[in-house]
Design a binder for this molecule. Sequence first.
Ligand SMILES: Cc1cc2nc3c(=O)[nH]c(=O)nc-3n(C[C@H](O)[C@H](O)[C@H](O)COP(=O)(O)OP(=O)(O)OC[C@H]3O[C@@H](n4cnc5c(N)ncnc54)[C@H](O)[C@@H]3O)c2cc1C
Length: 424
Amino acid sequence: MKSTMNTPSITAAPQAQEIRDVERTSCCIVGGGPAGAMLGLLFARRGISVTLLEMHKDFDREFRGDTIHPSTLEVLDQIGLAAPLHEMPHSKISGPTLQFRDGPFRPFDLGRLKTPFPYILMVPQSRFLEFITKEAAKYPGFHLVMRANVRKLVEENGLVRGVQYLGPDGWHELLASLTVGADGRFSQLRQLAGFEPVKTSPPMDVLWFRLPRLPQDPQVPSGFLGGIGRGRLLIVLDRGDYWQSGLVFPKGHYQELHAQGIAAVRQTIAEIEPRLTKHADSLTDWHQLSLLSVESSICTRWHKPGLLLIGDAAHVMSPVGGVGINYAIQDAVVAANILSARLKAGEVTDSDLAQVQRQRERPVRTIQRMQTFMQNNLIAKALAAKGAVRIPWILRALLRIPVVRDLPAKFIAFGPRRVRLHES
Ligand SMILES: Cc1cc2nc3c(=O)[nH]c(=O)nc-3n(C[C@H](O)[C@H](O)[C@H](O)COP(=O)(O)OP(=O)(O)OC[C@H]3O[C@@H](n4cnc5c(N)ncnc54)[C@H](O)[C@@H]3O)c2cc1C
């Protein structure tokens, strides 16, 4: 069993004499995930010198979502990158079709939205990050440093002036007018800055695994299968040559599940989605599954002088609705809109950073409230019911009303507010 719940280990900060070199840049971004990579690109194309520090040697990682939503595609389109992105191997999802006792249920359908991209584009996150950083590297001010593990903030009289990071050859210091923490759910910078995340949803557990693609597999135009049964929620995404799958269950039930044996996992999959019975036979060892604790949180403060947190570092998003990447990228777009001119002038103030938080905090809190509602009222209740589950008739009826039925899709695609890149 692989566990993805551990936070990175902390090594001691360096002694002054251990620092090999000191470099300077306008903006230092810590973390080459969707938020950091996108912000690096957006600053670089505005002519700002920016260094992106990523602790891994490449962008390959545990599955953390490969969904690129209409709002991100619209922003990429603004900078001429939507078409080249579509040239990469991809699949498209317009909305899930979930199996319930009283028939299939589509909670949302992006296909009806007024946008050039009425779908979620599925591109492996590693390929997407390579694509974005390759585009950023076309600008002379952009530098990407891999295997750069940031461990310390450089601070002077309460102002963050940069970071110290451990590379394969030792310690380095990078000084910057602005440091951005885009280092994800276990953010080191958040911890170093002393910001406390406040939990916004109770945790759930998810087992992630792959199921093989078989020649007789059904065509799934929505790109998404799943359903609820035996106190578990099954999510299955079409990834072209395999099915990315997740089994969601209430927190604390893993030991019980494990004790029942892997055959019980196979049986659960077969009961919820009988078309995947043969596929489930490929699961023979717990090593093929990863356990993940899913929860969400938000920091009350995302900034201090010289430092801004964005993406999961500022607000950990639960996978409910699959919007975390989108929200991380929207943070980057808003940060680029507000800060580019200020950075170029070398005048970023704490109130500029506060403005980024102000614009992003409400949409994030709104979607987190929605995720918590879905988790508590739909998922948790369905998981508590041991037998087959029906969708409440009122929900089915509501989603047949034209003005109501597209609201969930709009929310998933764009969030409460459409974010556009300001060209200046
Ligand atoms: C199992 C799972 C499934 C998910 N599925 C989806 C989905 O389908 N769709 C969706 O939109 N969202 C999904 N999410 C949420 C989504 O992954 C996150 O919301 C999103 O990745 C946040 O992007 P980010 O750039 O803020 O952080 P991250 O993607 O976490 O990137 C942070 C980066 O910082 C680097 N880093 C960390 N510490 C340091 C350090 N000290 N020094 C240097 N670098 C560092 C990390 O290596 C990483 O590359 C899922 C999350 C999980 C856990």
